[in-house]
Design a protein around this ligand. Structure first.
Ligand code: LLP
Length: 472
């Protein structure tokens, strides 16, 4: 979402420079509940606390940068999704957003299933005790080892992504004497993004099998997806349970899901007519958006569940099909809002007439999303309250390139000083999971906080960890 420049000025600029920002908030100390995890609050003393713990104490104990995850919020979001979808549907948390053993246990305890897309994610899920039948394996290029491990473990579903994979999974299942439940991932001809969906050029991508045949409309369904169904139904070692569609990420508008559901139901109808079987499952994937800044306005799980349920029911009734069991795969919408990244302020550089560059002790190695997607984030001073005037700032990291930006445009108090703590909210998804060792940075820990207790669930990397891999 683009935001426009506002005439309110920072202390050092009469004319605001180019940027994507709105007015400074009336109170720089306020914490907008849309972007902060549930138990985050500013204490009477002025510092911020999460789960009842002062961030200054967390910084002291665990160091910075650190991802601080509100376990209470994570669990509450799991329950909200599970309750919203009810017993006729399954919620698969998308592990790519952020996965660790503790997260797997929370999911298990809160009654969610898990979507994994690599051997590493599968290993984490199994190691932490997620029952295999509650795991779905994704991926456009699964290795033989990954397939074998998943079939052997007895995962509840493998989502097939290509013709070659149909043969490979069937072969592995036959060799292991199993009948493997599978879904077929289809591309429905709609690619959804934040506030719009694009109905062209959608089949031109690496995932899934297209519903549309060459040159024909996606509605027709005579494409590679229909052929994949034919092939899977002929193989004894595969049990085709449903059709899967994932249309994009950070989506706020339900219209794209509506088109997707209609086209998936169209394929189910075709399968019934052609093969005489009614498939019992539909998976509409993940992609539901969250608030990174107060301008973002995401849907609540119960609104999403109602919208998706209504669409699927309506389309199935129109086609005379029994309503299949629905599943969804939210990753960001569960993990994203539950964590913030805690940084310590280092160098401050005021560029006269432009903005102040605020360097923190992390950067693109712990949050690549700003550099990679031009993502927008919020930021707040959390180690104290401040009555100083707003200062137009850019929060940058310590890496050796100018694109190393964490928060492109933000207002911070003008008395900001080295040693202050900043927190960037909504970093629970796709930050630790996409972190790198660029410049031999040590990836930060993930600290889970709940009811006044904090514990490391993923520890900070050490120089020893780095050197252990360097065996030359
Ligand atoms: N299911 C499938 C098959 C997916 O490919 C994905 C995400 C999800 C579920 C979960 O989507 P979510 O609800 O988290 O949006 N690195 C990017 C996001 C890539 C998502 C890829 N697939 C980012 O940082 O925005």
């Amino acid at each position: 979402m683009s935001r426009s420049a506002h005439p309110a000025g920072p202390r050092h600029a009469d004319v605001l420079p180019e940027g994507h920002y709105t007015a400074p908030p009336a109170d720089l100390n306020s914490l907008d509940p849309r972007v902060w995890a549930q138990t985050v609050e500013r204490t009477p003393e002025g510092a911020v606390a999460v789960g009842g713990l002062d961030v200054r104490r967390l910084a002291e104990e665990f160091g910075t940068p650190a991802y601080v995850m509100d376990e209470t919020d994570f669990r509450a979001r799991c329950r909200a999704w599970r309750d919203a979808f009810g017993s006729d549907a399954d919620v698969y948390y998308a592990g790519k957003a952020f996965l660790s053993r503790a997260v797997v246990r929370w999911l298990h305890e809160e009654g969610l299933n898990l979507d994994v897309c690599s051997g590493g994610e599968l290993a984490t899920a199994l190691d932490a005790g997620m029952p295999a039948e509650r795991i779905a394996l994704h991926g456009n290029n699964k290795s033989d080892e990954e397939i074998e491990r998943a079939v052997e473990a007895g995962v509840g579903r493998i989502v097939l992504d290509s013709f070659q994979e149909i043969a490979r999974v069937a072969h592995t299942a036959a060799r292991l004497g199993r009948r493997q439940p599978v879904q077929i991932r289809v591309t429905v001809g709609v690619e959804a993004h934040t506030h719009e969906f694009i109905a062209t050029a959608h089949e031109d991508q690496k995932f899934g099998l297209a519903l549309a045949g060459g040159g024909s409309s996606s509605e027709a369904g005579e494409g590679p997806a229909a052929e994949a169904v034919r092939r899977v139904l002929m193989l004894d070692s595969l049990e085709l349970t449903g059709i899967h569609s994932h249309i994009g990420s950070q989506i706020f508008d339900m219209a794209g899901f509506e088109v997707s559901a209609r086209r998936v139901v169209g394929l189910l109808t075709r399968i019934r007519d052609e093969h005489g079987v009614e498939l019992p499952e539909i998976d509409l994937g993940g992609g539901l958006g969250i608030a990174y800044t107060p301008e973002d306005d995401p849907r609540e799980p119960h609104e999403i569940a109602k919208a998706l349920g209504d669409i699927v029911t309506r389309e199935c009734e129109a086609a005379g099909l029994a309503v299949p069991r629905l599943s969804v795969e939210p990753g960001r919408a569960i993990a994203g809002p539950t964590a913030f990244t805690l940084y310590e302020v280092g160098t401050l550089k005021e560029l006269e007439g432009l903005r102040t560059y605020v360097s923190v002790d992390g950067g693109m190695s712990d949050n690549i999303r700003t550099a990679l997607y031009d993502a927008e984030y919020s930021v707040a001073l959390v180690s104290r309250a401040s009555a100083a005037e707003p200062m137009l700032s850019r929060v940058v990291g310590k890496h050796c390139e100018s694109g190393d930006i964490v928060v492109r445009d933000a207002f911070l108090p003008a008395d900001l000083a080295p040693g202050d703590l900043l927190a960037v909210p909504a970093t629970g998804a796709y930050c630790r999971s996409m972190a790198s060792n660029y410049n031999h940075a040590l990836r930060p820990p993930v600290v889970a906080v709940r009811d006044g207790q904090a514990r490391t669930i993923v520890r900070r990397e050490t120089e020893e960890d780095l050197l252990r891999l360097d065996v030359g």
